[in-house]
Design a protein around this ligand. Structure first.
Ligand code: ATP
Ligand code: MN
Length: 467
């Protein structure tokens, strides 16, 4: 049910003269002689509704508790606003207080709290300007992603959250078990005597939270042609960085009958489309980020939307970096993985726009990437963006049974565990390609927020799982 009177975003564009009920939380209150001003916000947009309360129009005991943080319904008449930046304000006739917020103890009282402090009050930070903007953008971005794929006929597939296969060993995994930690069953005899007896566990073998849905998405691509996943992903990496979460969301499209060129085309179209959609949906929020968080945001986003991405083979990228005359923290040489500093140099100094680096050395990329004929490189592509470096990682997948089997052995992975992945190459295999990108990394890019903990509603990191 939408409250009678509508969202504040709708009230703000209504004509003067209308009587409306506005619902929301008091952001600030200012008292001057004979009149009180309230900034009311219901989360529907960045802008607040300004409410004007003339002295004597509202009973004193009600007015007393209409303080910052209180939840209220204000009935009033919309009038033309003399203030700059808003068309209408609300002249209060009656106020109903749903919930008070004691001004001595309400934590969001003052402005200018640190992000760290706000993280500790994740149940209330949602009402601040910054987090209002962050989570409206997050919503718009999620919708934009579905719109992009659905418009192109991609089917949305739900890949499992619990898995018994460790995809590419992408990172440390969380175990999932119902065994009694105080009394773990052990194997009694034989070569594995003393080890945990997982046959007694829920799934009869070790199980984990997924680190990627890609391999499952490939199953679906080889039946539905074009698919995508968009779901939660888990990594038990004990890396306390501003770019890593233990629980995050990943987007992974997978396309049959597609090679690396098609994959790059999709990645570029994807970024341009979702960024453009969010710019259209949340102009007020992005303006706020540009003003208060990072004043290059809008420029950077325009740059991505309006420029063709550069394509550079890895070998060429390494040559550019070697000849740059820069001194690097991590040395550059053919065979080394590109680090953030290198990725940023390519996008910010060399090309001044997003760059897609292709054909990486096979040693530094996952086993499932399609081998090139040179025997040294694979059909991988990373999309690098100014300001953050890698934003998308993808590849054409190895569709040839024998080559894939060789690569599984070469990577010392278990042939048995990948039996179904191998069988897909035995029965109706097809060239296919896809990519993955972290939803929160894209959020960082769009908002300019500095810490990934501040673009997800309830961050999970080492030592923290509050809320
Ligand atoms: P990184 O080197 O940054 O740790 P990765 O190489 O481990 O990334 P992939 O395994 O390729 O990343 O995962 C796909 C995408 O998921 C990454 O490009 C990134 O956007 C995102 N991602 C990876 N790990 C995390 C994490 N811990 N928290 C949030 N997003 C992540
Ligand atoms: Mn990682």
């Amino acid at each position: 049910m939408i409250a009678k009177g509508g969202y504040i975003k709708d009230i703000l564009v209504s004509s003067p003269g209308r009587t409306v009920d506005a619902h929301g939380w008091v952001k600030t209150r200012r008292d001057s002689k004979g009149v009180h001003f309230i900034q009311l916000n219901d989360g529907s947009c960045f802008a607040d509704l300004q409410v004007v309360i003339e002295a004597g129009s509202i009973p004193e005991d009600t007015l007393k508790v209409v303080t910052t943080g209180a939840c209220v319904r204000i009935t009033g008449v919309l009038t033309e606003s003399p203030a700059a930046g808003q068309a209408v304000e609300l002249k209060a006739i009656a106020i109903h207080v749903f919930g008070v917020a004691d001004s001595a103890s309400y934590p969001l009282q003052k402005k200018g709290h640190t992000m760290e402090f706000l993280r500790d009050i994740a149940h209330l930070r949602t009402r601040s300007n910054t987090f209002g903007a962050v989570f409206r953008v997050r919503n718009a971005l999620a919708f934009a992603i579905h719109t992009f794929f659905q418009d192109r006929g991609f089917q949305y597939v739900h890949t499992p959250i619990i898995t018994a296969s460790d995809c590419e060993g992408a990172g440390a995994m969380f175990g999932v078990t119902t065994l009694d930690m105080q009394n773990v069953p052990r194997i009694a005899e034989g070569p594995n005597a003393g080890k945990v007896d997982y046959t007694q566990d829920f799934f009869g073998k070790p199980a984990f939270l997924t680190v990627s849905g890609q391999l499952n998405a490939e199953i679906f691509a080889l039946a539905f042609s074009n698919v995508y996943t968009f779901g939660p992903t888990f990594r038990a990496e004990n890396s306390n960085t501003p770019r890593h979460l233990a629980e995050f969301w990943m987007i992974e499209p997978e396309m049959a009958f597609c090679d690396l060129a098609g994959d790059m085309e999709l990645a570029e179209a994807f970024l341009k489309s979702v960024i453009g959609q969010v710019m259209d949906a949340c102009p007020g929020d992005l303006e706020f980020f540009n003003k208060r968080i990072d004043n290059t945001i809008l420029e950077t986003l325009e740059n991505v939307v309006n420029n063709d991405f550069e394509h550079v083979p890895y070998t060429e990228a390494v040559r550019i970096l070697e000849n740059s005359g820069q001194s690097w923290e991590f040395p550059v040489f053919w065979g080394a993985d590109l680090q953030s500093e290198h990725e940023r140099y390519l996008t910010e100094q060399t090309f001044k726009k997003p760059v897609i680096v292709t054909d990486y050395p096979r040693e530094i990329k996952a086993f499932y990437m399609r081998a090139n004929d040179d025997g040294k490189t694979v059909r991988a592509m990373d999309v690098l963006a100014p300001r953050i470096g890698e934003i998308i990682g993808g590849s054409q997948r190895e569709e040839r049974y024998d080559v894939l089997l060789d690569k599984i052995r070469e990577s010392e992975l278990s042939e048995e565990a990948y039996w179904w992945y191998l069988e897909l190459r035995k029965f109706g295999s097809a060239p296919h390609a896809g990519f993955g990108l972290g939803f929160e990394r894209l959020m960082l890019y769009l908002t300019g927020m500095k810490n990934i903990r501040d673009v997800i509603p309830f961050p999970r990191t080492p030592g923290t799982a509050e809320f």
